[in-house]
Design a binder for this molecule. Structure first.
Ligand SMILES: [Zn+2]
Length: 179
């Protein structure tokens, strides 16, 4: 039994943008309309995220430089969080800082220990324009901060420091997708 359509069922799987594509390294624009194009974008984000077995995806990862992301992500208690946010703001990021393995569909096959707050709150809107607040802890808080970074033109590699960063950048240089 379910309510409504499965997210992404009507979406199209789109090519992923990869590290080094300028669209990933500049801030996205606010969404201005809540029409069918926005609903179609959210569907495409879900379809692409599921096809790539991700837990979150930002619009600039499929080539659209606007402030929208989707997620289907467990937290540390294995509670599933599923949704989308339009024009999100990170209104809280606090608690302890945890360094944990983090990956990204725009750096396929790689991961690195990345520091994130253990608690995050994002406020924004649904495709219908209704206000929405998303609370995250643990791995889901990490996901929210990761997707917010994308919309601000940052990737997790920008937050990795020291030998972890040097190792990650060596792996990027060797990766087949980076040539
Ligand atoms: Zn990512």
């Amino acid at each position: 039994m379910r309510h409504g359509p499965i997210p992404g069922a009507r979406g199209r799987v789109r090519p992923l943008t990869l590290l080094g594509d300028p669209i990933l390294h500049q801030a996205c624009e606010d969404v201005t309309g809540h029409g069918p194009e926005l609903a179609a974008l959210v569907e495409d984000l879900f379809a692409t995220m599921y096809a790539a077995r991700g837990v979150g995806l930002a619009a600039n990862q499929i080539g659209e430089p606007v402030r929208v992301f989707v997620y289907d992500c467990p937290d540390d208690e294995d509670v599933r969080h599923l949704g989308h946010v339009v024009n999100p703001s990170l209104v809280q990021a606090d608690g302890v800082v945890v360094r944990g393995p983090e990956g990204c569909l725009s750096l396929p096959g790689l991961e690195a220990g990345t520091e994130r707050f253990d608690h995050a709150v994002v406020e924004g809107f649904t495709v219908a324009g209704e206000p929405v607040t998303v609370h995250g802890t643990g791995f889901f808080a990490r996901c929210l901060q990761h997707e917010m970074d994308h919309l601000d033109g940052r990737v997790y590699a920008d937050r990795v420091r020291g030998w972890r960063r040097r190792r990650l950048m060596r792996q990027v240089a060797r990766a087949s997708w980076s040539r």
